[in-house]
Design a protein around this ligand. Structure first.
Ligand code: ADP
Length: 175
């Protein structure tokens, strides 16, 4: 007798400004454990700097990067993550851990989210070592200074970064 199939959904929250190979790696690893991942793009984030991409742009880039993967969906979210997770019927939150420096904040968030909704669980995944130093803020900075980001982001993201900075003479490298 087989058990009734239930779809396991996880939320992967973050700012994704923009999505990097590090994020992609975490999502693809996460897909080994769940049926569907909702990438939850936060309007507000803990990052202090102004965002580079608008929410619709960030959602579009995630959709482009995962065009071949129907199990990944990108959605905007505001407010409490646990409320969004409940709405999506997701009892699992996925987060990536790069280095020890990520740990304290991530641990605090995981315990707070559990306090707010005891049924929710946080799953921490380590990326491939190639991405363990990578952050979206570093990618934004390199791109803004005219550096090559092709090793860190997918081609559509790279193209969008390049056009962003080309259109901005104050920050671009145009002679
Ligand atoms: P960033 O810190 O790059 O701006 P986000 O705020 O969008 O990223 O992060 C969303 C989640 O993805 C967080 O759990 C973060 O730790 C994780 N993450 C970001 N970059 C990487 C990476 N290179 N490897 C593993 N996890 C990552």
């Amino acid at each position: 007798m087989s058990a009734k199939p239930t779809s396991r959904v996880a939320i992967y929250p973050g700012s994704f400004d923009p999505i990097t190979y590090g994020h992609e790696d975490i999502i693809r690893r996460g897909l080994r454990f769940v049926d569907r991942i909702v990438v939850a793009v936060a309007q507000l984030s803990t990052q202090r700097k102004q965002p580079l991409f608008t929410i619709p742009e960030r959602l579009e880039l995630i959709a482009e990067v995962f065009a071949d993967e129907p199990r990944v969906e990108a959605r905007q979210f505001e407010g409490l993550l646990v409320d969004f997770a409940r709405e999506q019927n997701a009892k699992l939150i996925i987060r990536g851990l790069r280095a020890v420096s990520d740990f304290e904040y991530e641990f605090q968030m995981a315990l707070m989210n559990r306090q707010l909704w005891p049924e929710v669980e946080t799953l921490f995944l380590a990326p491939d070592v190639r991405w363990s130093f990578l952050s979206a803020s570093l990618v934004r900075e390199i791109a803004s200074l005219g550096g090559e980001v092709g090793d860190f982001v997918a081609p559509p993201v790279r193209a969008r970064l390049m056009s962003k900075f080309r259109r901005s003479p104050a920050r671009g490298r145009r002679p």
